[in-house]
Design a protein around this ligand. Structure first.
Ligand SMILES: [Zn+2]
Length: 295
């Protein structure tokens, strides 16, 4: 579930609210115009926060691979047999990249889908982080470029290439499924979800039960969660109308949605506590609570 807490009031928890806002700013600020594109200087995708990686990958794809064609490439190697990068290699390996700053070759899809754990793969580190410069190994039956690509469809390069193609294939992009909603529907869904988030926070902060004994449509007391939500609707006719006319699958009031939101909040609260004590240990003292049957 994608939840934006923008404009969602959090009941009487100013410290947590401020931290939420701080994290939100840190996580969402991506200035794509300043994205480093030189393959030898750019940051690895896995070094970005998880929620930014997809945007960064798409930005790189939109720019296409860096294939600088120079009139003369720097020569390196043995004094008697110096070699250099060849622009013609771009035609043979259309996703090959060249970094002018490092005078080195990189592989575009492998960079986009590189993982810290995958550095042991043949040539992956050279083609994604360090840059490949061993020009004498290009060409022939032991060509380093071909070796890097691999013959198996499960090779790191081929899997990365497939992921790249899938991302470019608009029909597979889940965001297009969301595009079928109109702007007004999205706004209405968000408003309903915000009301639910507020009510979940309020119940949690007050330490009261969410559910009632009978939550049926004829019940005179549907439990704290539904009754509070109904109370908010009394003073906001737009919201009341939205909940009354919403399709069942976008009500966002089911117990599973309540638990999902509560889980998201508790995860963030735990993370903030850990940050505050710099990764130290903490414990919770939980008071005993018994129900009517003394269990
Ligand atoms: Zn590759």
């Amino acid at each position: 579930m994608i939840v934006s807490d923008e404009d969602t009031p959090t009941p009487n928890v100013p410290i947590i609210e401020n931290r939420f806002k701080k994290n939100r700013v840190e996580n969402n600020e991506i200035d794509l115009s300043t994205l480093e594109r030189d393959p030898g200087l750019r940051k690895q995708i896995y070094d970005y926060p998880v929620n930014q990686r997809d945007t960064i990958i798409r930005a790189h794809i939109n720019h296409s691979p860096i294939q600088q064609t120079l009139s003369v490439y720097p020569k390196s190697g043995l004094e008697t047999h110096k070699r250099s990068f060849q622009a013609s290699w771009f035609k043979l390996y259309h996703l090959l990249e060249y970094s002018e700053s490092l005078d080195a070759a990189f592989c575009f899809p492998c960079f986009l889908f590189n993982k810290p754990s995958g550095m042991g793969h043949y040539g992956q580190r050279a083609f994604t982080i360090d840059g490949f410069q061993n020009w004498k190994k290009v060409g022939g039956k032991n060509c380093a470029f071909l070796h890097h690509i691999g013959t198996e469809c499960t090779s790191f390069h081929n899997v990365a290439q497939k992921s790249c193609d899938d991302l470019l294939n608009e029909a597979h992009d889940i965001r297009n499924v969301f595009e079928i909603f109109t702007e007004k529907e999205r706004k209405n869904n968000r408003l309903r979800l915000k009301a639910t988030i507020y009510t979940v926070c309020l119940c949690a902060f007050q330490g009261i039960a969410y559910r009632g004994h009978d939550e049926g449509s004829n019940s005179i007391n549907k439990g704290n969660f539904r009754e509070i939500l109904k109370g908010i609707g009394y003073f906001n006719t737009e919201l009341e109308e939205l909940f009354r006319t919403a399709p069942k699958h976008t009500l966002y009031t089911s117990p599973s949605i309540q638990k999902e939101i509560l889980n998201l909040i508790s995860t963030r609260a735990r993370r903030m506590i850990c940050e505050e004590i710099n990764g130290g240990k903490f414990c919770l003292v939980v008071n005993e609570a018994r129900d009517q049957s003394n269990k």
